[in-house]
Design a protein around this ligand. Structure first.
Ligand code: SF4
Length: 365
C-alpha cells in the first residue's frame, strides 16, 4: 500500500485513535493502547508495540504511519544546548507538499531539560527585532508536527534525560495564530496518559494576539502564558511590533487582566532590552504602571549584537531597569543570552546554517 494512503497516527488524540480502531473493526481500547505507546512510551515502530496482537501490528505497519520530524542537522552549544534543524515531510493536508524546515532547541540542565518548539514554519507577525520574521510565514504546523518536536528531542537524548521536562512554545511562529493544532498538541503534551507534562512546566509565548488569549483563557487544559511586551508605550511598541496597531497595549493588558490565573500561576511579560530604545529608567517606570496591578513577573532579555540594527543595552541600564521593577513590586529577572536562556523568549530562529546562532539574544513573543 502506498505511503500516501496510510493513515498518519502522530497528532491524533486518544478519542481519534479509538475511533480509528473501531473503523478498522478492532476493539476501541486498542486505540488507547496505541495512544499510550506513542506518546507516553515513545514507541514509533509498530513492531515494538508489544501490547498489541501480532496481526494488528502487521496491519498497522501496512496501513498506518508515525511520521516524526526528521533531524537534518544538530548544532551543539558549549553549554550543552542543541539546536535541531528538522525536516517536515509535508503539510498534513497535502502530503505532496515540499518538505519544510523548522527548528527546535533542546536545553539540558541538572534537574530538567527545556525544549523550545516551533508552532509555524516562519512567522507572519513581523516583530522587527526577530530574525524569524524575515522568513515570513511558510506554513502552519499540524498537531503531530508540533508534538513530534518534543518526542524527537526527548528521544534523541533518551539516555541522559533529567526527571523534569519543560516545554516552551517560543520557537518559530506565533502559537495563537495556529490555534487549533497548537491546542491539540498541548492536550497531548499535558495529558497524564499522553506525554504527561505538568502545566506548570509548559509555557506558551505570544506577541499579544488578543482573540487567541481570550480563547486560551476558556480552555480546560492550558499551559502558562507569556506575553512579549518589549515596550513601555504604544508609540514605542508600534515601532518594533506592528501587531500592536491591531491590539494596542490597553486592549492587550485588559485581556491579560481578565485572564484566569490558577492559584500557582503568574503571567510572564517578556521584555527585550534594546540599547537606547526601550531600556531607560522612564521605560521601566512606565512598564511598572502597565503591569504592576497584574499577578505577573518580567523576564528582561538583553539584546545581543546581531544582524539586525539594534544595540545591546549597557550593563548598568539592565541592572537599573531590573531594580526599578523589583522595587515597585514587579518581580524581574534578567535572562542573559546563553543557550539555556532560549527559554526566555522566542524568535531569532531563521534556519541559519551557522552555529553562531546558538548564542543570539533570544527575541521575544
Ligand atoms: S518574535 Fe515571535 S511572534 Fe514576533 S516575529 Fe518572531 S517568531 Fe513571530
Amino acid at each position: 500500500m502506498g505511503k500516501t494512503m496510510r493513515v498518519e497516527l502522530l497528532g491524533k488524540s486518544g478519542e481519534e485513535l479509538r475511533a480509528l480502531m473501531v473503523s478498522l473493526g478492532e476493539r476501541a481500547y486498542r486505540g488507547a493502547q496505541i495512544y499510550h505507546a506513542l506518546y507516553a512510551e515513545r514507541r514509533f515502530d509498530f513492531t515494538t508495540m508489544s501490547n498489541l496482537p501480532a496481526a494488528l501490528r502487521a496491519r498497522l505497519a501496512a496501513e498506518a504511519s508515525i511520521t516524526l520530524p526528521r533531524i537534518t542537522k544538530r548544532y551543539h552549544s558549549t553549554d550543552g544546548s542543541v539546536r535541531y534543524l528538522l525536516a517536515l515531510e509535508g503539510a498534513a493536508s497535502s502530503p505532496a507538499a515540499a518538505p519544510t524546515s523548522i527548528e527546535t532547541v533542546y536545553m539540558p540542565e541538572a534537574t530538567r531539560q527545556t525544549i523550545c518548539i516551533s508552532t509555524q514554519a516562519g512567522c507572519p507577525v513581523n516583530c522587527h527585532f526577530c530574525l524569524t520574521a524575515q522568513l515570513g510565514l511558510v506554513r502552519n504546523l499540524s498537531a503531530g508536527e508540533i508534538v513530534g518536536q518534543v518526542l524527537v528531542a526527548l528521544e534523541d537524548n533518551r539516555a541522559k534525560l533529567a526527571p523534569q521536562t519543560n516545554v516552551v512554545l517560543m520557537g518559530q511562529g506565533e502559537p495563537l495564530l495556529n490555534y487549533e493544532p497548537v491546542i491539540a498538541a498541548l492536550r497531548l503534551l499535558l495529558d497524564p496518559n499522553g506525554v504527561g507534562l505538568s502545566p506548570k512546566h509548559v509555557t506558551l509565548s505570544t506577541s499579544g494576539i488578543v482573540p487567541g488569549i481570550e480563547r486560551l483563557a476558556a480552555e480546560k487544559v492550558r499551559p502558562k502564558l507569556a506575553v512579549s511586551l518589549n515596550a513601555s508605550s504604544d508609540e514605542q511598541r508600534n515601532a518594533i511590533m506592528p501587531i500592536n496597531r491591531k491590539y494596542p497595549l490597553s486592549v492587550l493588558l485588559d485581556a491579560c487582566r481578565r485572564y484566569p490565573l490558577r492559584p500557582w500561576e503568574h503571567l510572564t511579560f517578556e521584555y527585550v532590552l534594546l540599547g537606547g530604545f526601550n531600556d531607560r529608567g522612564d521605560d521601566a517606570r512606565r512598564v511598572v504602571k502597565l503591569i504592576a496591578s497584574l499577578r505577573a513577573k518580567a523576564n528582561l532579555i538583553p539584546w545581543n549584537p546581531g544582524e539586525l540594527p539594534y544595540q545591546p543595552p549597557q550593563p548598568e541600564r539592565i541592572e537599573e531597569f531590573r531594580r526599578i521593577l523589583t522595587e515597585k513590586g514587579v518581580p524581574a529577572f534578567v535572562r542573559y543570552s546563553r543557550g539555556q536562556d532560549i527559554m526566555a523568549a522566542c524568535g531569532q530562529l531563521a534556519l541559519l546554517e551557522t552555529p553562531a546562532l546558538l548564542q543570539p539574544s533570544r527575541a521575544s513573543a
